[in-house]
Design a binder for this molecule. Structure first.
Ligand SMILES: NC(=O)C1=CN([C@@H]2O[C@H](COP(=O)(O)OP(=O)(O)OC[C@H]3O[C@@H](n4cnc5c(N)ncnc54)[C@H](OP(=O)(O)O)[C@@H]3O)[C@@H](O)[C@H]2O)C=CC1
Ligand SMILES: Nc1nc(=O)c2c([nH]1)NC[C@@H]1CN(c3ccc(C(=O)N[C@@H](CCC(=O)O)C(=O)O)cc3)C=[N+]21
Ligand SMILES: [Mg+2]
Length: 284
């Protein structure tokens, strides 16, 4: 089998076009535009690129973006003060604090300080708990985007054996919860998993998010599996590759996401979706 490409760039463009229309009809009714505050601490070059991409997506859709670029030496107390101000601001709908934060700042404390109603990343313990309990809330963008991509394959997730490789708070764990919510039978692997090849080989859906270039070998993939690659790894030669050995995996998979142009653009589209959702929820 040779895989069909799950084109995150195209799917995210559809989602963004839909949001553009929604925002246009809100503003045509005389309502203010939704607003996303983006907080960036320090000068990590990759973070600056991501934040610029988010601002560009906002602009395209008609969401107002409110950037806060802070010095790497910013005190945790000052960052908390900024979060509190944004939490209180009537005209701010979403707050995103770009990760990673400098080592002297406790990221969990910061993420936990964001009002759950404005937590468009879906990282607040309250929103994670809501996802766990199948209650409505803001859903983490990357796993939510993966679910939207799976919908495009027109294959049911319910009843499928899904294997998530990676168990971080922002990718693997919420991804596993999303798949469970969609009634898959879910296995979560981590760095202590004894036989990763065997676990992956049983999967009808594989989601890889570990941050190790091409770590998941193509010959581990079961014939006909759907392969979702969340990994973004910049190689020394400047190339961007995923966590899956793409060419070899594509020989066996039914569907596969490329890197770049796969999950990454979906994450940004779902961030925009969450911002509009947070806006609507705050209007009533
Ligand atoms: N496309 C997108 O929009 C996004 C992409 N990413 C990318 O996804 C990747 C993962 O990011 P993130 O979750 O933040 O990374 P973390 O480093 O926080 O987590 C990595 C996870 O992978 C697990 N892991 C590491 N090595 C192995 C192994 N050999 N076998 C099985 N599991 C392993 C770790 O296990 P343990 O728990 O035991 O330590 C951990 O749970 C990165 O490449 C990142 O750039 C991240 C966010 C969004
Ligand atoms: N609070 C917070 N929320 C996040 O969602 C968050 C974060 N912090 N910190 C970093 C990670 C990573 N992440 C990506 C989003 C889009 C692409 C993306 O669009 N990638 C393009 C390529 C971009 C490039 O060329 O480098 C693609 O895959 O096609 C990648 C990675 C969001 N993250
Ligand atoms: Mg830290």
């Amino acid at each position: 089998m040779t895989a069909q490409i799950l084109d995150g760039k195209a799917i995210s463009a559809d989602i963004r076009a839909d949001l553009t229309q929604q925002v246009a009809s809100l503003t045509a009714q005389g309502q203010r535009a939704p607003c996303l505050a983006v907080v960036l601490v320090g000068d990590d070059p990759a973070s600056h690129v991501y934040v610029r991409n988010k601002e560009r997506a906002c602009e395209q859709i008609g969401i107002r973006s409110l950037p806060h670029r802070l010095d790497s030496a910013t005190a945790e107390t000052d960052l908390i003060e900024l979060i509190d101000t944004l939490n209180e601001a009537e005209d701010v709908d979403g707050i995103l604090v770009q990760l990673p934060l400098p080592a002297h700042i406790d990221a969990d404390r910061i993420l936990g300080r964001i009002s759950p109603a404005k937590d468009v990343d879906g990282f607040h313990p309250s929103n994670i708990g809501r996802l766990l309990q199948r209650r409505p809330g803001l859903r983490p963008c990357t796993p939510y985007g993966v679910i939207k991509m799976l919908e495009r394959t027109n294959t049911a997730v319910a009843g499928k054996r899904a294997v998530v490789v990676g168990a971080s708070n922002i990718v693997g764990r919420p991804m596993a919860m999303e798949l469970l919510l969609a009634n898959a039978t879910v296995t979560i692997c981590n760095s202590k998993t004894r036989d990763l090849a065997e676990e992956v080989g049983r999967a009808e859906i594989v989601v890889a998010g570990i941050g190790k270039p091409e770590f998941v070998r193509g010959d581990w993939i079961a014939e006909g599996a759907v392969v979702i690659d969340v990994g973004i790894n910049r190689l020394d030669d400047g190339r961007l590759v995923g966590d899956v050995e793409f060419e070899a995996a594509a020989q066996r998979a039914s569907w596969i996401t490329p890197v770049p142009g796969g999950v990454g653009p979906m994450t940004i589209a779902m961030l925009m979706h969450n911002t509009v959702e947070a806006y609507r929820a705050r209007q009533v």
